[in-house]
Every structure is written in C-alpha cells, then in structure tokens.
Write a protein that binds this ligand. Structure first.
Ligand code: HEC
Length: 159
C-alpha cells in the first residue's frame, strides 16, 4: 500500500493535534455552533462567558464599529470620535461599563428583548424564536459567540 505523502499530511495534522492537546477548538468551528446560556432573571444578566477564550476589547471595538457586524453606531453614540455618523436612537454607550456589569452587558447584546420585549435593538446572539428571518440567516446569529465576548470586553472598558 502506498503511504500518504509525508509532508502534506503532517502539515495538516500538526495544528489539529496541537489544538486537541491544548483543549481548544480553534477556527475549526467556523460555523460557530450555537452556545447555550442561562439568563439570571434577578440581575438581568448572563453571568458566564459564552466562550473559554476571554474577550479581546480591541477586537470588540472593531466588531462594534463594523457596519456589517455589530453596527452599533447605527443607533448608539459611542466614545469613538474618529468614526463619523453616530446614531441617536438609543442610549449613548459612553460610561456603560460603569453602569452595568459584564454579565448585564452580555445579556443586552445577546438578547435585549429579555430586558425590553419591544426594543428596537437586534438580538446579536439568538437564533430561536425570531420572526421573518431571511433563509440564509436562519439558525445563524448575527455575531459569533467570540465576537459577543469581544464586544462585551470592549464595553466593559467604557467607564
Ligand atoms: C437598531 C438599533 C440598535 C442597534 C444596531 C444596536 N442597539 Fe443597542 N440599543 C438600542 C436601543 C433602542 C436600546 C435601548 C434599550 C431599549 O430599547 O429598551 C439599546 C440598548 C443597549 C444597551 C443598554 C444601554 C443602557 O444604557 O441601558 C447596550 C449595552 C447596547 N444597546 C449595546 C449595543 C451594542 C454593543 C450594539 C452593537 C453590537 C448595539 N447595541 C446595537 C438600539 C440598538
């Protein structure tokens, strides 16, 4: 039997084996399998992070201002003067990290309807119970779990 071409196989395998050994599931989960979370109804928060990798505030800022991702500026003013066109439809996010805990911010990004059932703000990490979702977006949250964590990490810094 012919053996597998040595180098190619190794090149493919090494990162996988490495990832498995570290217990992380790196980019393999490109589709970002849905994570379940628990809402704390007393404090209106999701106290546990959605991912094991801690949020990265710098990446979160990029997700927040990205018009195809968070697009938070469509509705919120944010303390990011270098970005033009801030919305004025929603409460300003300056100081949000002083007003809310990370868990309270997480719930408001994941599924703000848990706080206000008639809010205009989209649920950024919810796939069930939504209406009139275009077919190609069905079952897909707007942000990945990691992007949510990054955005939360960023908002926490806005004191
Ligand atoms: C379509 C408009 C819209 C977009 C886009 C939007 N929001 Fe909101 N957001 C709102 C509105 C309106 C509220 C006020 C809450 C309510 O409706 O009860 C709100 C409230 C919030 C709150 C709570 C603020 C407070 O002081 O209570 C947070 C935190 C928040 N949004 C974060 C975000 C982040 C982060 C993004 C981007 C990832 C975002 N929002 C995108 C409309 C929006």
């Amino acid at each position: 039997m012919k053996s597998l071409p040595n180098m190619g196989w190794k090149r493919l395998c090494t990162p996988l084996v490495f990832a498995a050994a570290l217990g992380v599931s790196v980019e393999l989960s490109a589709a970002d399998a849905q994570v379940t979370y628990t809402v704390n109804k007393q404090t209106y928060s999701i106290d546990s992070a959605l991912t094991d990798t801690p949020g990265d505030a710098k990446k979160g800022k990029a997700v927040a201002i990205n018009r195809k991702k968070g697009n938070c500026l469509a509705c919120h003013t944010m303390p990011i003067p270098e970005q033009p066109f801030h919305g004025a439809l929603a409460p300003p996010l300056a100081g949000i990290g002083a007003r809310y805990s990370a868990g309270q911010i997480r719930l408001r990004v994941v599924d703000p309807r848990q706080v206000n059932p008639v809010t205009l703000m989209p649920a950024f990490y919810k796939t069930a119970g939504l209406h009139r979702v275009a077919k190609k977006f069905q079952g897909k949250p707007i942000l990945t779990a990691q992007e949510v964590e990054d955005v939360v990490a960023y908002l926490v810094t806005l004191k």
